[in-house]
Design a protein around this ligand. Structure first.
Ligand SMILES: [Fe+2]
Ligand SMILES: [Fe+2]
Length: 246
């Protein structure tokens, strides 16, 4: 029995949004997902998919993508990504009722893996625009956007705290924390997300959203203050699910 994670499947079985223009790694990426997930994940394992599942703009346009995910082996847990328009955060309970026993949607709730609580939310991080000098050094950024980002971050922190609170109330003391967005922006070394991870002494922080070689290093990877930070974007992993723990 093992816990795996991967994010950003960016499926488009109904929405005809080819990912090929984003680079070779995305060529027939849905075939790679099916192949590698079936090779790596066993039916008794848990697979957390960290958001950006589907290009569908509403649930009816994402059904085939969700059906594809459903057919993958293991216990599938889904986190919201910024592109998951099909998933209205206020209607998570409805999704969970509808897909009960098939998919679990992680938002203002938690899932269990052995004696660990899997907690999480989409998260948010400030992504600019940044202003650069001719050597590529950051000399400033859009401060209005930064203000807006702060509001989104505080909303996401509330959702994350709720996830921790419910897990703790249910008796869990060990946690793995999932985000769609990276925990820190390129300007930060720490953030409210790294602070909450340390407060609850989580074993790992797992996130995705960063695409392409140039973005893979945007946030923390590896051990930081005793916590394992893992980037699991599909293209970073070449669509092989990452092993989180046994
Ligand atoms: Fe993505
Ligand atoms: Fe994303």
């Amino acid at each position: 029995m093992a816990l795996y994670a991967m994010g950003d499947l960016h499926l488009s079985f109904q929405s005809d949004k080819p990912m090929d223009p984003f680079g070779r790694v995305w060529r027939h990426h849905e075939r790679k997902i099916a192949k590698y997930v079936n090779q790596i994940v066993k039916s008794e394992d848990t697979l957390v998919l960290t958001g950006d599942h589907s290009w569908g703009r509403k649930l009816e346009e994402s059904r085939d993508d969700l059906a594809f995910i459903e057919k993958l082996p293991g216990n599938k847990i889904l986190l919201r990504g910024n592109h998951d328009m099909f998933w209205d955060a206020k209607k998570t309970n409805k999704l969970n009722e509808e897909y009960k026993g098939r998919l679990f949607f992680l938002q203002n709730n938690f899932a269990a893996y052995k004696d660990y609580a899997l907690v999480g939310t989409k998260g948010f991080t400030f992504e600019g625009p940044f202003y650069l000098d001719r050597w590529g050094n950051i000399t400033g950024w859009d401060e209005e956007r930064e203000e807006h980002a702060k509001k989104l971050i505080s909303r996401e922190l509330k959702r994350l705290r709720e996830s921790f609170r419910l897990a703790q109330e249910a008796g869990y003391r060990k946690f793995v924390m999932f985000l769609h967005y990276p925990p820190t922006s390129i300007l930060e070394k720490t953030s409210p997300f790294t602070e909450i991870a340390e407060e609850y002494k989580v074993s790992a922080v797992v996130y995705s959203h960063c695409h392409g070689e140039r973005r893979f290093g945007d946030s923390i990877r590896g051990n930081y203050h005793g916590i394992n930070y893992m980037l699991v974007s599909g293209d970073y992993l070449n669509f092989r699910p990452a092993f989180v723990m046994n």
